[in-house]
Design a protein around this ligand. Sequence first.
Ligand SMILES: Cc1cc2nc3c(=O)[nH]c(=O)nc-3n(C[C@H](O)[C@H](O)[C@H](O)COP(=O)(O)OP(=O)(O)OC[C@H]3O[C@@H](n4cnc5c(N)ncnc54)[C@H](O)[C@@H]3O)c2cc1C
Length: 482
Amino acid sequence: MRIGIIGGGIAGLTAAALLSEAYDVVVYEGAREWGGSAGKFSRGEFTFAAGATLGMGFERGGIHERVLSHLGISLEAELLREVMIIELDGQRITYHKDKRKFVKHLSEIFEADKEGIVSFYEELDQIVSRIEPIMETLPVLPLRTSGDIKALLPHTVDGLMIAPYLMQTVKTLLARHGLLGTTFERMVDGILLDSMQTGIEASALLGAIALTIYHRGAYYVPGGLFRIADALKEKALENGAELQMGRQMTGIRRVPNGFLLSDRRGRFELVDELICAMPIEGVMKISDSSIERMLKKTYRHQQKLSQWATFTYYAAIPEHLVQDGALFRQVHDRTLPSGHAFISLSKIGDEYRAPTGYRTLTMSCHIEIGRFSKERNLYAVQEQEMQQVFERILEGQFPGFNQHALERLPGGPGAWVRYTFRPDGGVGGYPQLPGSSLFRAASFRTGLSGLSIIGDTIFPGAGTIGVTTSAIHVARMYGVDI
Ligand SMILES: Cc1cc2nc3c(=O)[nH]c(=O)nc-3n(C[C@H](O)[C@H](O)[C@H](O)COP(=O)(O)OP(=O)(O)OC[C@H]3O[C@@H](n4cnc5c(N)ncnc54)[C@H](O)[C@@H]3O)c2cc1C
């Protein structure tokens, strides 16, 4: 059986590496780079992470570790004792890997809210102790088959214990501990937005995981997170998969013997079954009317949701501008559209990213879809304005930035459309609200036999570990034992 996969991001390449052990697999990637939102690009001697920079899931039993060890791949990932620095309201908060140390640090910084903060984390721990054993089995949600339900049965007790939280938000938890309206609430809001695509309105269950996940392990991957894509791609090739770059697919048609795909240049491909490793909206745009009808029915809840777009910015800076050891930092600034931005630096000596004496950086913030004009000249002005805001913040972080930084490349939503084909530049999946996540999330099963969708708009959602999970789900459906 020939399985076609459209999309060579982390989701598509994970599925390709796993499925090519048993099937004839072909991957079509529209861009000239692998990895999509977790990919890279190079300018001269510098290599920039396009989007994702902070790794998770490399600890024993973590999502990437499971896939990589199943495939016999070894990939270097350095555990961060200090995950990031958060700069907020004049405070410099160190996000320690060690939870106790972090909670103690927070209690010292936000002394007046100490009791609430301690009890808030205690409640998060209680939730996580119940939900983690369930999530570790990688349940398939929303439940669609008797197999999905059967897999959850051993966890009925844990499930019942956390059921009251199902429709609660993190905001409810913060209110319970008297933390609404505090600077701590803003810190939590910022952390959640980066991982759940919504702030304190996030699902309490998933929010509890997001707010404790770095304590399981956050990682710097030498070279960048695109290394995951690279390793998966090599494994798929080794297993005999066909990987085609520069093949933007523009049509999917259901035919009696499978799916007929057409690309931008009018060439055709026939596959028996199809996995679309790209956003749901992107699949709808290129599907024939009968497939589109089915997708509209299956994903009717998701059509009411919107992803965020992003403004990204890339630069290379001389080593001497970096005054501390932090590789990742979240900087709050009220002039930014979402109130904060995330800055990632390459590590000293990571020569894949920059020659000796230099570091590369990627900075990003959330922006609403549609904020940037579709009119070219206006778009260019808006891009320039955002670049100036970013460069002002970077000058504050790395004094001398404006004088010494090299390359300085802005990446507005248009760049995400052009290079990763993300409709309207929407990235990172849907907000993980109680009404749009877990049992109400999007299923990888489209309702049409032989057609699946995986990636960050599908349960469990965004992040390289989220999309790897949906790729595992599809691989398991095809009988891969992982
Ligand atoms: C700025 C930013 C920062 C982030 N930071 C982090 C982070 O630090 N840590 C983390 O874990 N996650 C992070 N994320 C989220 C993470 O990168 C994504 O959730 C994840 O990589 C998405 O993977 P995917 O395979 O689902 O989709 P994508 O990465 O979008 O991959 C889809 C691929 O399909 C291709 N494609 C689409 N349409 C077609 C078509 N018609 N024909 C052919 N090919 C097509 C695209 O070119 C792309 O390569 C970040 C995301 C962004 C945008």
